[in-house]
Ligand binder design. Sequence first.
Ligand SMILES: [Zn+2]
Length: 164
Amino acid sequence: MIDEADHSWMRLAIELARQKGTSPRDTPIAAVVVMEGRLLASAVNETEETNDATAHAEMVAFRKGGAAHGDMDLRGATLYSTLQPCGMCTMASIWAKVGRIVYGAGREDVHSMYFEDRHLDTMDFIRDAWRDDLTLEGGCLTEECCRLYFRPDDDVPLEDQGNI
Ligand SMILES: [Zn+2]
């Protein structure tokens, strides 16, 4: 269940995303990792800035979080992301052993350019994982998060579509 503490962490993520830019073209995606009620790491999408296809906000947050924690195992932590994590970041969440993934804008709320595959549901990755202690919850400040992104019916130029 999403509660007031979740809203508060998501507000921080939205704030970070907005610092990157207010246009969807600025890829304002942010992630926050919280462990035992404290901020462990936060990050924004850095793919273009670092020429690194793996530098999604969640991946960068796991790198920073592992360094801060002194262990790649982030068991018990919650990952907050302004946008539903893609396949890569969902898999990374499983490997990082976080306990919860909470996101704002969901796959159906935004343009298809944000997801690498046509039909695979990241929920299936989690259902099929060996771990049974990981939950994925959407609907956290969804409207605010959606305002950051291209919407499903927006006419996005092909060169701006990162998944093609
Ligand atoms: Zn991702």
